[in-house]
Structures are given as C-alpha cells and as structure tokens.
Design a protein. Structure first.
Length: 438
C-alpha cells in the first residue's frame, strides 16, 4: 500500500478510546506558514510532549545551538492517558508539533490521521536503526510515522549466586528453562525459577514476538489479525504447562509479593527488558551485585531472537505548520551523538540508534558485576524480531488480562485466553469500521 493511501485508509475509523471533544481554531496550514515573509516569521517555535525525565535539559542544548528553531517541552504523564490526550488534542486541532509515542500507540495515531509521514525526511537515517525497530514505526509499509527513540529488547535476568548454589546452568532454550524450574523446586520448595504474570500483556507480547508471532499486518486496504497464531499458542502452552505443574509461580509482576520474592531470593529469574536494572534496584535492593543478564532462552538451539517490551518513538503531528523543522529536531534528538549521550545521561533510557553503544559507558550500578552488560544488550537488540501493532492494542491487552486471569483461576488452558484475545480484537475492529481480511 502506498504511504499516502495508508493514512487515508486507517482514518476510516478511530479507536474506541478516542475521547470526543469540541472543535477549536484549526492550526495554521504549512502553506500559510511558508507564504509569510521570512522577516515576519522569526524563529520557528515547536512544542514537544514527552514524559521522559529531564528532557527539558536535553532540549536546552538543542535550543542553544538552533536559535532559528526553538522547542518548548511539555511534560506528560505517559502511558495510555498520554496517548488519549494526544488523540483528543489532534481531533480538536491543537496538538503539539512533536510527541513521544509508544510503539503500540502509533497505529491509533495513524488511524486518527494525527501523525505525519516522515519518509522523505528520514531517508538518510533508516540505516541507523535495526530492522526490527524500524518496522515498529512503519507498520510494514513504505511510510515512516516516527523516529525510534528508545527500545526495550528483552533479556533473561537471573540470580547468578543462586544458580551457582543450586548447580543450575543459564538456560539456552526454553526447554532447559523448564528443566531448571523443576530443579529449583526440588532444591528449595519455597523458591521458584520464575513466575507468569497475567497482569502484564506487554511482557507476553514480547515473548510472542521472540517466537515469531505477527499479530497484525496490513493486506491491501484491510487488516489481518492473527493473534492466535502458532507461535503465540506455543508460548501460551509453555507457560501454562509450567504453572499447572507447579514448576513456576503465577504471582503478577510489580506487586509487593513479587518484590519480596525477588528481594528474598525466592524468585530467581525475570524475563524482562533492558530497563529492568532500574526496577530491580528499587524493588530488590538486597540483590545488588547478585543478578546477571543473558539472552532469552531460545525455542530452537542456536538461534538468537528476542522481542521488545516497551519503547517509544518521536512522531511529528500531521497538523504542524512546521513539519520540516519538527523532523529536524526529532532526527537530532535520536541520532546525533551528543543528543544520544544526553538521552542516556539525563533521561536514563536505552536509545534505539545502533550508534548508542559508545554513549552507554559503564554497566548499571546494580549490575556492576557484569561489565559487559551494555554489550549484551546491544547483541540482544540486534536480534529482536519486528512486529506490527494494530489500531486497538488497548482492547487486546485488556482481553489478555481478563482471559489469563480466568485461565489461572479456573485452571484452563492458556490457549483459550489467546483465542479470547483474537476474538475481542477482531470484534472491536469490525465495530470501529476496519475491514478485516480473512
């Protein structure tokens, strides 16, 4: 599908979460802005919505070096609320010029015709990002709806000291992970190798990506939805069997119970993303220097695939009268070596650009025992599989929570919950006016 047709096609319907609102004065058109005399224009003024910490300090560096393009940071709350707020502003005609957009929310922004196609403006920087990351901002089309900013390649975080104590090797395959889980239960009946969280669809999505899942795709002018595909069912079956057997726990992540198990050495692994050190340092302080990171176990020996849990891009509003300037700023923010270094130092994120390695420096303090932490992360990120998110991820994620909660409660197969995700997603998309290919 041609880039200009994709935006028009996706604009057929908006997601159900888009809040209704009154109209406002329309933004000045690019043509009108360009027609004004240069002497009357003065510096271009851009507004940037972001939730990354200390972004104002990073933007200050840009502003000092670019007096002709001045950017003002507007701090947002982040998450689903930030996405809904942006969609509301876009519908009202007063969105910011630049917005931090999580990868899973980009399709909703495209459906609302709320973000610009930056294909021409980003042609020279495509090679600075991995194929998997670039696919997250293109939806598998020729259009480019954002510039990757940060990513969350998944790794296996584990208690190295307890692995040594129990004589466990770091599992290289998921089969070995299951065997290690049984060993832990025999060595310490109060401990578990891991847990399955029915409250964190992002983690499950990343594991499905690693297995080769492709939940959404675009076919002509229709969407294909295949959440209940073979890779996803395989992942669900694997974790469901371990839970049913009692080899792993089923406590949700980010709960007091989970924090205590991590801190007390009763939970030995966490398949998570590169941002995990910050969580572990806060939630399991007693484990400092005892955890290590390795690639995720693989489904087939010798492979080196991963998936993403989290991450965001920098998108440009479709209604900004200053698209070129906004794209210039977004490009600098995510590809300039000095900017990347600031993203690491000030915003504490893992930059998406492949050149970020030199800016990362020493390993996170919590992982000071693993000086090659960032080298490991870079290798994992290079093997993260591409994925296309659909326009109603919120519906899919809610169906995950409902379905897997019920499966855990009733002791039913996890594949039923996966089918429930498929059915809920398709029904919502049809209701919203999207054409679903068979």
């Amino acid at each position: 599908m041609r880039a200009n047709r994709l935006g028009a096609f996706l604009a057929i319907a908006l997601t159900a979460t888009l809040a209704s609102c009154g109209s406002s004065e329309p933004a000045e058109s690019p043509e009108a802005a360009q027609s004004r005399p240069a002497s009357a224009q003065g510096p271009v003024k851009l507004t940037y919505w972001t939730w990354a910490p200390n972004m104002d300090k990073i933007v200050e560096v840009w502003n000092k070096a670019h007096p002709d393009i001045q950017v003002t940071v507007s701090k947002q709350a982040g998450g689903d609320d930030a996405a809904a707020k942006y969609l509301t502003a876009a519908k009202a005609g007063n969105p910011p010029d630049v917005v931090q957009a999580e990868y899973q929310h980009l399709p909703s922004f495209i459906a609302a015709d709320a973000v610009a196609d930056l294909k021409a403006e980003t042609a020279s920087i495509k090679g600075e990002f991995s194929e998997g990351l670039w696919g997250l901002v293109t939806l598998g089309t020729e259009a480019v709806y954002g510039i990757p900013q940060d990513s969350g390649p998944m790794m296996l975080f584990y208690r190295q000291d307890l692995f040594d104590k129990y004589g466990i090797e770091v599992p290289k395959t998921w089969q070995e992970y299951g065997e290690a889980a049984r060993t832990v239960r025999k060595k310490d009946p109060k401990a578990y190798l891991g847990t399955f969280s029915s409250k964190d669809p992002g983690a499950f999505t990343g594991l499905a990506q690693q297995a080769g899942a492709q939940w959404w795709s675009i076919s002509g002018e229709s969407w294909k939805v295949n959440i209940a595909d073979e890779p996803t069912r395989k992942v669900a079956d694997f974790w469901g069997a371990l839970v049913k057997e009692g080899a792993i726990d089923d406590m949700p992540y980010f709960t007091p119970e989970w924090n205590k198990a991590l801190n007390d050495g009763k939970l030995l692994t966490w398949p998570s993303a590169v941002w995990a050190p910050g969580v572990l340092s806060s939630n399991a302080p007693k484990g400092k220097g005892k955890w290590a990171a390795a690639p995720l176990p693989q489904w087939n020996a010798g492979e080196s695939f991963s998936g993403f849990w989290g991450g965001s891009s920098t998108a440009v509003s479709a209604k900004t009268p200053n698209k070129a300037a906004a794209a210039q700023f977004a490009t600098w923010l995510n590809t300039d070596p000095a900017a990347i270094e600031l993203l690491v130092k000030e915003a504490a994120i893992y930059p998406a650009a492949t050149k970020a390695q030199s800016a990362l420096g020493a390993a996170p303090e919590y992982f000071a025992n693993q000086p090659d932490f960032w080298q490991q992360a870079a290798a994992v990120s290079a093997g993260a599989r591409g994925f296309t998110f659909g326009p109603n991820v919120g519906v899919t994620y809610n169906a995950f929570k409902d379905g897997f909660d019920k499966a855990l409660q009733d002791g039913t197969p996890f594949t039923g919950a996966v089918q429930g995700m498929q059915d809920a997603t398709v029904a919502d998309m049809r209701k919203s006016g999207f054409t679903i290919a068979s």
